[in-house]
Write a protein that binds this ligand. Structure first.
Ligand code: NIG
Ligand code: FE
Length: 414
């Protein structure tokens, strides 16, 4: 497939991630062509380098008429598999209850776990697949999905099997994360250490034996799991070769960053309450600082210190956190726009944070997230925006339709 007359081709880098000043460098070509071969990007260049052989050899030519092409979004943090929404808690929140108060009243994650336990695997698959298709439609070309609404061996395995089934059904890469330690289940209330033992000895071996998780996650935060408990789980997971991606510093400066970095986590996510020492630690490591502005927006929390983290040299990624309790949107364009509007990242920085750095944060930096030969041809073709930078426009007029056509694995997604 040959794309011609691309007004601007974004993300032209073979880097696996970008940090510091490189995050804000343009990596784009004006007036470009791009050739795909099968599911991959083959080559690209300026229109003046387009040869008659290339033009003649293409199976299909797509004239972009000045529209931009960008790599599809890479959403490295979602809880998109759930059984029922929590719109009732949304109303409670409007009336003044905090996320912690709702959780303490038996709402929150435990509410989702009750509903998930009562839902058949097939129904869970169908409703979750519909949401995944919806986010793919909105331009997400790679996605990480967590378990964590099971909180028992049966239900966690059910969730992970659903994730695997989704992965085999959709045209984009899916990474799965085992989040057994998302909350202490009802059965184990008041017996937190025993629940941690259960995650380690009662769940992890089965998850590993079935090969159902690429990563392990722990909600390391006040009211949930301590850094010490987190370390126990991460060390147990390493014995199975499963690397951590953890939740930290959403509700308090919880020690989550330190335990994540010390264990070589791929990412530590949330960071709304991260302090100076946390940012320093991240800047000195290859652990991705993943920030989730959708949760800040929805819960009315502070936004994570993205500007400061980028300036300090941390690898910063943006993701949706799509879940029924704290971020009921998986729209990565909105996440990208919030990165600019609320976190003071430039459009170029926020875009790289939501594509290549998101890919890296789910172990897919070599596979997708930028325009490079050999990477997946997962592409968004935008409407032309004559006279204005289309990427900046997509953040500035943040509800304006911007997607013209979408391609995954080198095929148009209808
Ligand atoms: O990332 N922080 C923990 N977990 C999710 C929320 C889960 C829920 O409320 O259902 C989050 O915000
Ligand atoms: Fe989350």
């Amino acid at each position: 497939m040959l794309f011609i007359n691309i007004g601007r081709l974004y993300g032209t880098t073979d880097a696996h991630y970008l940090r510091g000043e490189a995050l804000g460098e343009q990596h784009s070509i004006d007036d470009a062509w791009l050739l795909t071969q099968g599911s991959r990007i083959a080559s690209f260049g300026h229109m003046r380098t387009l040869s008659p052989e290339l033009l003649g050899g293409a199976h299909e030519i797509i004239d972009c008429r000045g529209g931009a092409i960008m790599p599809a979004w890479c959403d490295s943090h979602t809880h998109i598999v759930w059984a029922a929404n929590r719109v009732g808690e949304f109303i409670d929140k409007i009336q003044g209850l905090s996320y912690e108060e709702i959780a303490a009243r038996g709402g929150g994650i435990l509410n989702s776990a009750d509903r998930l336990a009562a839902t058949s695997e097939d129904d869970l698959y169908q409703c979750s697949l519909a949401r995944v298709k919806q986010v793919i439609r909105s331009g997400t070309g790679a996605i990480e999905i967590k378990s964590g609404y099971g909180l028992s061996l049966d239900s966690e395995m059910k969730m992970l099997r659903v994730i695997a089934r989704i992965a085999s059904e959709v045209p984009v890469p899916v990474r799965s994360t085992f989040l057994g330690a998302h909350a202490v289940s009802r059965e184990y209330q008041g017996r937190q250490e025993e629940y941690v033992d259960y995650v380690i000895t009662g769940m992890l071996p089965a998850v590993a034996a079935e090969g159902l998780a690429h990563y392990v996650d722990v909600f390391c935060d006040t009211g949930f799991f301590t850094p010490g408990q987190t370390a126990r789980i991460l060390e147990a997971a390493y014995k199975y070769g499963i690397r951590p991606k953890i939740h930290g510093c959403e509700l308090a400066a919880s020690g989550g960053v330190e335990v994540a970095v010390r264990h070589g986590a791929l990412s530590v996510d949330h960071l709304e309450r991260a302090d100076e020492a946390d940012i320093k630690m991240l800047a000195g490591s290859d652990t991705v600082a993943t920030m989730l502005p959708g949760a800040s927006f929805f819960l009315g929390m502070p936004y994570a210190p993205a500007r400061h983290a980028v300036d300090s040299g941390a690898i910063v990624a943006l993701a949706s956190d799509f879940n029924p309790g704290s971020s009921p949107s998986g729209d990565m364009r909105l996440v990208y726009a919030m990165g600019c509007i609320r976190m003071r990242l430039t459009p170029t920085e926020a875009f790289h944070a939501a594509t290549i750095n998101g890919a890296f944060a789910m172990g897919l930096g070599a596979e997708t997230g930028s325009i490079a030969p050999g990477k997946l041809a997962n592409l968004i073709l935008t409407h032309p925006t004559p006279g204005s930078d289309p990427l900046a426009m997509a953040a500035y007029m943040y509800t304006n339709p911007y997607i013209h056509r979408i391609f995954f694995n080198g095929r148009e997604y209808m």
